[in-house]
Design a protein around this ligand. Structure first.
Ligand SMILES: [Zn+2]
Ligand SMILES: [Zn+2]
Length: 361
């Protein structure tokens, strides 16, 4: 039997995980087998497999990793769009097609999500198999390390879509982790009248400014000073705030400059209890000011447009990739992602140097 190396969790928790040999995946008639050249760590999702319960989508045993890119290694007999050697990534989300939401054209809310890396074997392996419907091509030469970041770009695009930015809108993207950095670039290339990236770290804001984005440095502990800066930057208020920081004190400050009819998109999870003195007042403010509070957490079917944004350079992810590791060092990679405050995206190479010429796939 043909074997390959993979990270495999028998159930949630590192004690139940091994990096070892497993059977090479079988390629069905409508499938594509991908030789994974790069797979990035989704910090909280992978931490949850490693330290938590894996989350609602998890089904074990499973090979994790939902952000990946590689070469087409094999195609099923019905596959005509892809050939061996193509550079590809694949949408990790596989809505069931038959639940109420799927039947009502809202696959994002599917009740029975198939999810590569959570309940279908994923990218922390030398190979994975995926239905051709989910595969998306990159042009030859586009680096695998960047291509594997398509999933975060696709999720950010969901927030971008839901923000529904109109020509001339004034917009804030707050929080400068990978998703904030991606969204700030999308906004800089949108039809917003003014789009400002708000963050705590000058080095990350500098990087956005080099690409022409407008930025504002804020202070984690001084919301009064932050409010003054925000009011100076937006004397007439903002139409839309997309928060990726999950920092409620900053969100509460930004709400003070959200215009009537404005939209607040919660794209980051709040990891600490929210200190909101007067919930009634807060909700009534939303009501009387006709504001919208919108939750966004994931995506489906945004991959082709995301690839387009990356290939055309509207969203650049090269600087977001801060570390690379071999598959054998996966746990060190995950720990680095959690503990190194300079880590943004940590990328795993299951087949050695991703850009080395391949003798075979
Ligand atoms: Zn992810
Ligand atoms: Zn469904």
């Amino acid at each position: 039997m043909k074997m390959m190396k993979a990270l495999k969790y028998e159930k949630a928790g590192r004690a139940n995980a091994t990096i070892g040999m497993v059977p090479y995946p079988e390629c069905g008639d409508n499938d594509v087998v991908i030789k994974v050249m790069a797979a990035s760590i989704c910090k909280w999702a992978e931490w949850n497999h490693d330290h938590g319960d894996g989350g609602t989508l998890a089904k074990y045993p499973v090979t994790t990793g939902h952000e990946f890119a590689g070469y087409v290694a094999e195609v099923g007999k019905n596959v005509t769009e892809f050939k061996v050697g193509d550079r590809v990534t694949a949408d990790n989300a596989i809505p069931c097609g038959h639940c109420w939401y799927c039947k009502n054209n809202r696959p994002l809310m599917c009740e029975n999500f198939g999810s590569i890396g959570h309940n279908i074997n994923g990218g922390f392996a030398q190979y994975l198999v995926v239905t051709q419907d989910n595969v998306v091509k990159f042009p030859d030469g586009f680096p695998f390390d960047e291509a594997c970041i398509t999933e975060p770009v696709a999720c950010a695009m969901e927030a971008f879509d839901r923000a529904d930015v109109k020509p001339g809108d004034r917009v804030i993207v707050s929080g400068m982790g990978p998703h904030g950095l991606i969204l700030a670039q999308m906004m800089a290339h949108s039809n917003a009248g003014k789009a400002v990236a708000v963050g705590l770290r000058q080095d990350r804001l500098d990087w956005l400014e080099e690409d022409g984005a407008e930025t504002l440095l804020v202070d984690r502990n001084d919301q009064e000073a932050n409010l003054v800066k925000l009011q100076e930057t937006f004397p007439d208020g903002v139409d839309c705030i997309i928060d990726t920081s999950g920092a409620w004190p900053l969100c509460a400050t930004m709400f003070k400059i959200l215009k009537k009819g404005g939209r607040f998109i919660q794209y980051g999870s709040f990891h600490r209890p929210i200190d909101l003195e007067n919930v009634t007042q807060f909700l009534n403010d939303l009501h009387f000011k006709n504001q919208s509070y919108i939750g966004v957490s994931c995506q489906v079917k945004n991959f082709p447009r995301s690839v387009e944004y990356m290939v055309t350079g509207k969203v650049k992810v090269d600087k977001i990739i801060t570390h690379t590791f071999d598959l054998d060092d996966y746990f060190e990679a995950l720990d680095t992602n959690m503990t190194d405050r300079n880590a943004l995206k940590v990328v795993i190479h299951p087949n050695g140097d991703p850009e080395a010429p391949q003798e075979e796939f």
